[in-house]
Design a protein around this ligand. Structure first.
Ligand SMILES: NC(=O)N[C@@H](CC(=O)O)C(=O)O
Ligand SMILES: [Zn+2]
Ligand SMILES: [Zn+2]
Length: 428
């Protein structure tokens, strides 16, 4: 059977292609993009008039909690959440239990992804055993087994000697290091950005400097060793500036901005408490503006959700005891369109590049392109669709979103992986 997606605005950010045309899919692949000459009766036809037909979105920062915390998310529920958000490829973070620090656990995650997930599941591996910051993992064999990047996300490796060794190894293996930046000597005990809101709520606060010190440190390690460095979830104005300056002098560094860091501030904690507790924390208006400026000028190449599901019970704990993190996959497109595209801060093409080809390139994935011959991983977006975030409707197993009740404009309405529709609210 062939599938025909007709009359959509077809966009391939890699080549800046944008045209109202058609896409034909046959046997899991895109076989044609352009005018249609013959439509056969048994073709499955999807009318995309007025909609955007884009490469399946790529999220290089998700927490799927398997192994270890299936009550928060499993690889299959996480994948359903990804599909509902328009994502067709994801990169899992290694802070599971056990953490993804051996070939065996990595293979378990990748195999479960193949067997149970409706989207393509890639994985990082831990930099250190147990994400304990003490002993480096066997990076070479983990890379061979499919790890696309190394990170202790959730924690920072503090020992500079260990980090230096890891960067040298990464340079040798030509694999990116992804860095969660937080100096634990400076940052501990706080739940929110250190400032007026944390004061008001009696929280010790998390200083920007703790994040910036590690961004600066890791940039120096990348510069020294030639390794490729990716800075995760940048949240401060000076953090963005450090990356901008490093790029200007030729350091191999990339950065990601998370939707919550370009859309809301620490004041959200006054409205929804622990639901707005995330690491790095929501900061202030100036930082939000700087993250947007960093996305706009290319300092931050990627938008990544840092999808971090937690149970309602955990989030019901007092501010200082609840875990950090928020559900991100199903609100990312709405937040990107509302706060970046419709607001005129990023062009449509640029915003889509940050959700497709750019993150894919950073992690060396085959995804993120919409071209003849490529896998039919396609997302249809309705840029004008207005909707209200209702966590009860999430496909994710968790509901911890600070965006509940927010009105957004822009949504994924159909997601296809290898030619199979895995999410559909167009009702074709
Ligand atoms: N972002 C978060 O607030 N939490 C993440 C860890 C992380 O990305 O640092 C988690 O695993 O819950
Ligand atoms: Zn992190
Ligand atoms: Zn994370």
């Amino acid at each position: 059977m062939r599938t025909l997606i007709k009359n959509g605005t077809v966009i391939n950010p890699e080549t800046h292609f944008m045209e109202i045309t058609n896409v034909i899919i046959e046997d899991e692949k895109i076989v044609h993009i352009g005018p249609i000459t013959n439509v056969t009766v048994d073709d499955h036809i999807i009318d995309a008039s007025g909609l955007l037909v884009v490469p399946g979105l790529v999220d290089i920062h998700v927490h799927f909690r398997d192994p270890g915390f299936p009550q928060k998310e499993t690889i299959s529920s996480g994948a359903l959440s990804a599909a509902a958000g328009g994502f067709t490829s994801v990169v899992c973070m290694p802070n599971t239990k056990p953490s993804i620090d051996t070939v065996e656990t990595l293979e378990y995650v990748l195999r479960t992804g193949l067997e149970q997930a409706v989207v393509k599941v890639y994985s990082s591996a831990a930099l250190t055993y147990g994400i304990e910051g003490k002993v480096l993992t066997e990076m070479e064999s983990l890379k061979q087994a499919g790890a696309v990047t190394f990170t202790d996300d959730g924690r920072t490796v503090m020992d500079p000697k260990l980090v230096y060794t890891a960067f040298r190894k990464a340079a040798e293996l030509d694999v990116p290091i992804s860095s969660h930046c937080e100096d634990h000597h400076l940052v501990s005990g706080g739940s929110l950005n250190q400032g007026e809101v944390s004061n008001q709520l009696g929280d010790p606060g998390i200083p920007r400097l703790g994040e910036e010190l590690i961004i600066a440190r890791d940039i120096l390690f990348a510069e020294e060793t030639g390794a490729q460095l990716h800075i995760q979830h940048v949240s401060t104005a000076r953090g963005v500036q450090l990356i901008r300056e490093a790029k200007a002098r030729g350091v191999r560094v990339t950065g990601e901005g998370a939707p919550h860091h370009f859309s809301i501030t620490d004041e959200q904690a006054l409205l929804c408490g622990t639901l707005a507790k995330v690491n790095p924390p929501l900061r202030t208006k100036e930082d939000v503006e700087a993250v947007i400026a960093g996305l706009a000028d290319g300092t931050l190449e990627a938008i990544a959700t840092d999808h971090a599901p937690h149970t309602a019970e955990e989030k019901a704990r007092p501010l200082g005891e609840a875990p950090f993190g928020l559900v991100g996959l199903e609100t990312a497109v709405g937040l990107t369109f509302t706060f970046l595209v419709h607001s005129g801060r990023l062009s449509l093409m640029d915003a889509l590049a940050k959700l497709t080809v750019n993150p894919s390139e950073i992690m060396g994935l085959p995804s993120g392109r919409l071209t003849k011959g490529s896998d039919a991983d396609i997302t249809i977006l309705d840029p004008q669709k207005e909707w209200t975030v209702d966590p009860e409707q999430f496909k994710s197993q968790s509901r911890n979103s600070p965006f509940a009740g927010m009105k957004l404009k822009g949504k994924a309405v159909l997601t296809m992986v290898n030619g199979t529709v895995v999410y559909d609210e167009m009702l074709n």
